[in-house]
Ligand binder design. Structure first.
Ligand code: DGP
Length: 113
């Protein structure tokens, strides 16, 4: 998607502070961190949101969770962490490119607001 900001970040057209990258996904630090560790994990292929996942395109989600787990371990989040996906307007999704927030380094409230 030519006008998608996360597609541009995935292609390196917009700079980001990378935490991990391979041929399928990119993990980079959130511009507006909500926790001491706040990383976004995205597929490089454009998927607008969790509401556009299918049996065919969802394999990358398992990969994202495995990488998130590895990053959490490497970043010392042994006390726990949260992985968040906001979907659609009511879910608070502001960027329509599937992404998972990896948040850690502080205690999280539940339920979220
Ligand atoms: P969400 O509200 O779930 O759609 O989260 C979008 C997140 O993306 C939000 O926490 C801020 C972050 N974000 C938006 N634009 C940029 C950007 O250009 N660079 C980085 N690093 N993060 C961004």
């Amino acid at each position: 998607m030519s006008d998608c900001i996360f597609c541009k970040i995935a292609k390196g057209e917009i700079p980001s502070r990378k935490a991990y990258e391979d041929d399928r996904i990119l993990a980079f630090y959130d511009l507006d961190p909500q926790a001491p560790v706040h990383i976004l994990l995205i597929p490089k292929t454009h998927i607008a949101g969790a509401d556009e996942l299918t049996e065919e395109n969802s394999g990358v989600v398992a990969h994202i969770f495995c990488v998130a787990s590895r990053l959490a371990r490497e970043l010392g989040l042994e006390n726990g962490y949260r992985i968040v996906n906001n979907c659609g307007a009511d879910g608070g999704q502001s960027v329509r490119h599937l992404h998972f927030h990896l948040l850690g380094g502080r205690s999280m409230a539940w339920p979220p607001g």
